[in-house]
Design a protein around this ligand. Structure first.
Ligand SMILES: [Cu+2]
Length: 210
């Protein structure tokens, strides 16, 4: 009896060990369903999906956007809190100056700050100068990049000390309306960057699916 119990324990232990070592090898998948924001200023309704897959030390970022303002580049990032708090997409209540538009600055309370840009080389973390995708004449685009997790985490940790990427605590934003779009002067932006570039047009919270 004693022997059997011991064996059972040994088997359970071995299984637990197997499970523990098997986890990192599995792919982790995340998705963000993007819903339109500020539809009164964007000439169209922006929707889309962002997928994140972590496998074999690589992070693949795949974002499909539909109906964004056409023929222009769109800033896109994940935003989050520097202290690791859970970010959310804003609601109409976040339009604190009641100009009918939730601008970038007003997203801060719900979503924190701009973190990782979805540009050609995300690990450069070059938010203002990176190359962002351009929507076609229909307002659609497909962004697909693969980046070593270690490289991205190292750059991220430098910008946000003590922070992990923690995708499920972040939100994806798509930004930008045409330069020609007249915005009220109350629409705030980031430093000298025109509000047309930074105004959010879609948002989605990142959820882990696997
Ligand atoms: Cu952003």
């Amino acid at each position: 009896m004693k022997f059997t119990q011991k064996s059972a324990l040994a088997v359970a232990g071995a299984l637990a060990l197997l499970a523990a070592t098997a986890v990192p090898a599995q792919a982790a998948s995340y998705v963000a369903h993007l819903y339109p924001m500020n539809p009164t200023i964007a000439p169209s309704t922006t929707t889309g999906e962002a997928h994140f897959t972590e496998k074999g030390g690589m992070l693949t970022i795949d974002i499909r956007v539909k109906g964004a303002p056409p023929d222009m580049a769109h800033w896109q990032h994940f935003h989050g809190f520097k202290d690791g708090a859970q970010a959310k997409c804003p609601t109409l209540a976040d339009d604190t100056n009641h100009d009918g538009i939730i601008d970038l600055i007003e997203t801060g309370k719900a979503s924190g700050t701009t973190m990782v840009p979805f540009i050609t080389h995300p690990a450069t973390m070059n938010v203002p100068k990176g190359t962002y995708p351009t929507a076609n004449a229909k307002g659609d685009y497909h962004y697909h990049e693969t980046v070593p997790v270690k490289e991205l985490q190292a750059a991220f940790g430098k910008a946000f000390p003590g922070q992990q990427l923690d995708l499920s605590k972040r939100v994806v934003y798509i930004h930008g309306v045409p330069d020609s779009e007249k915005l009220p002067s109350t629409v705030q932006s980031l430093g000298p960057i025109p509000a047309q570039v930074t105004v959010p047009i879609a948002c989605g919270a990142i959820e882990r699916v696997k």
